[in-house]
Write a protein that binds this ligand. Structure first.
Ligand code: ADP
Ligand code: MG
Length: 264
């Protein structure tokens, strides 16, 4: 077999095995190997490295698309000095993602604007970066999706979908009261993940007021909280809104300074 047909056959084999990155890199890597007199194993390692990198990049991209994070926030963007009620050490511990190992839940509770979504998204980002399947949704979207699924006979599939991700973020629980059916779907999603997969949930309502979310059905609220809190890390954030704070700081800068009285 001539060198040339060996080369052609090799390229064809790589393509057949769907090692497209390696197939593409082949001519260049052969040149490099020749030029630097690389050993067979060194050459093969370099060639396969290109395929591994390409596979990793694809995987990352697909995790990224799947997660639907609403913003690019990272934990480094969070200003802990502005929100002293957030335990920085605890957040840093969460970012190690050890909490995913035993399906610990994370609750961010607090009024609007204090950074609940930002923290939840930053955790989601860390989780994607570590290669975990992550999914972001709001409570309202989750409810709407379950509602459609029930109508279209896809309830079981949808429940499996919400059981799948290693980390499920449910944002904005409690902003709108959930109709009974919506509350039931949220309850089922939480129940089936119980002790199996972490939920990171944000809410503007302290757990004492959760009855309100569920149309004053204290039983559903209690059962849900039971599962959520059993193994959990809870942040009660009660600082002021970050936006308001930024707004006030800007206003203060614009306000004319009082003239120092008496000029000596
Ligand atoms: P919440 O979900 O609690 O209503 P968000 O997380 O949406 O609040 O935060 C509101 C806005 O303020 C966002 O643009 C967010 O990036 C910013 N923000 C809130 N807290 C902080 C913080 N501690 N450091 C930096 N930005 C913050
Ligand atoms: Mg929010």
């Amino acid at each position: 077999m001539s060198e040339d047909s060996i080369y052609q056959q090799l390229r064809a084999n790589l393509a057949y095995l769907r090692l497209h990155a390696a197939a593409e890199a082949l001519p260049l890597e052969l040149d490099e190997a020749m030029k630097h007199k690389l050993s067979h194993s060194a050459f093969l390692k370099r060639l396969l490295d290109t395929e591994v990198s390409a596979t990793e990049a694809r995987r990352r991209e697909s995790l990224e698309r799947f997660a639907r994070l609403p913003a690019p926030w990272r934990i480094e963007d969070f200003d802990f000095d502005a929100q002293p009620t957030v335990d920085k050490a605890m957040v840093n511990e969460l970012v190690t993602l050890r909490f995913l190992e035993d399906a610990t839940n994370v609750l961010f509770i607090g009024p609007p604007g204090v950074g609940k979504t930002m923290l939840a998204v930053a955790l989601g980002r860390a989780s994607i970066d570590a290669g975990y399947r992550t999914y972001y949704t709001t409570a309202a979207d989750l409810a709407a999706r379950c509602h459609r699924a029930a109508l279209e006979g896809r309830w079981a599939t949808t429940m499996r979908f919400f059981a799948g991700p290693r980390l499920l973020i449910v944002d904005e629980v409690g902003y709108l009261p959930l109709a009974q059916e919506a509350a039931a779907s949220l309850f089922q999603v939480i129940s089936q993940r119980y002790l199996k997969g972490s939920v990171c949930l944000t809410t503007n309502l302290g757990v004492g007021s959760w009855g309100k979310i569920f149309n004053d059905d204290p039983n559903v609220a209690a059962a849900m909280l039971d599962r959520l809190l059993h193994r959990s890390v809870v942040f009660n954030i009660n600082g002021e809104s970050y936006r308001m704070r930024a707004h006030r700081a800007r206003a203060a800068r614009l306000r004319p300074r009082p003239k120092p009285d008496g000029d000596g």
